[in-house]
Design a protein around this ligand. Structure first.
Ligand code: 13P
Length: 283
């Protein structure tokens, strides 16, 4: 398969999702049973899925290991798992992910001054495009961490549409992580969302819109967001929560058990259940 057909595959999924008003789920992982649970869900529902690794997740799991395992699982199970490097802040690490076979990378330069973000994003877009890899960019910082927290997250002002359009035009990114008041993680107080920003952006420029911070967003709100044109939704916290609760439950139920394969199937199944629940909302 040529490098360019690889890019076309994930882009075609985005185009189809946009045409048919559904979204592909990105589910982050950092352990094997999480990855197996995601794959099991993709197989049972016969739908493409994006697996995500943040910098911490990629460092723990291994970039080459993630690429190789996903390739093997796709072949063995006859499914389409894609791999995205989520919120990468280091250009060299993202280039490495491109070289080693990630389908997509997300450069998060939202902490940089706009002009510097544009310059760095352009550099990685040029590198990735030559190698058939899709790029997601970010200009507006999406706050919060992928955890469950009791604290209240401060609402911040949203980035102007003019700046976002300028960023997309000048960098040539394929996808944009749009801020609509969303935050990463699940917080005591849910944020106030402005989904109309999706319509405003898509009226001004053609781009694939990504929703970060998918955990904790209610079903009807999520469906509305997708109807407006979001083609990828990122989920991490709710999966981490499923992983933790099921692991704790399985260990507590069998305090003497030391055999991993007697404990971990329950974890894999809970992760799979959560991924299926989300896909059924997105599709
Ligand atoms: P949540 O942790 O809120 O699901 O967000 C995940 C995410 O956006 C990863 O980029």
């Amino acid at each position: 398969m040529s490098l360019f057909s690889k890019k076309n595959r994930i882009k075609k999924v985005f185009q189809r999702a946009r045409r048919e008003s559904w979204a592909i789920g990105q589910f982050n992982f950092s352990s094997l049973e999480q990855l197996q649970g995601i794959a099991q869900a993709a197989k049972e529902l016969q739908t493409p899925v994006i697996c995500g690794t943040s910098t911490g997740e990629a460092d723990f799991f291994g970039i080459e290991e993630a690429v190789s395992l996903i390739k093997i699982i796709n072949k063995k199970e006859g499914i389409s798992l894609f791999l995205n490097f989520d919120h990468g802040k280091e250009i060299e690490k993202l280039k490495d992910a491109v070289d080693r076979g990630y389908d997509m990378i997300h450069f998060d330069g939202s902490h940089l001054p706009l002009d510097e973000n544009i310059e760095k994003t352009k550099e990685i877009v040029s590198y990735a495009k030559k190698r058939g890899v899709v790029v997601e960019g970010e200009i507006s910082k999406i706050y919060g961490k992928s955890t469950v927290s009791e604290e209240k997250i401060e609402q911040t002002s949203l980035t102007s549409m003019e700046k976002i359009v300028r960023f997309i035009e000048e960098t040539g990114v394929d996808c944009i992580a749009l801020d609509i008041g969303n935050v990463h993680g699940v917080y005591a107080m849910s944020p106030q969302l402005c989904p109309a920003r999706i319509d405003s952006l898509l009226e001004k420029i053609a781009c694939f819109v990504v929703l970060h911070g998918g955990s904790g967003i209610m079903k009807e709100e999520m469906k509305d967001i997708i109807q407006r044109g979001v083609v990828k939704v990122n989920i991490n916290t709710e999966l981490r929560f499923s992983w933790r609760e099921s692991l704790y439950g399985a260990l507590s139920a069998k305090p003497e058990e030391v055999v991993p394969y007697n404990i971990l199937p329950a974890v894999r199944n809970e992760v799979c259940k959560k991924v299926k629940e989300k896909i059924n909302i997105f599709n």
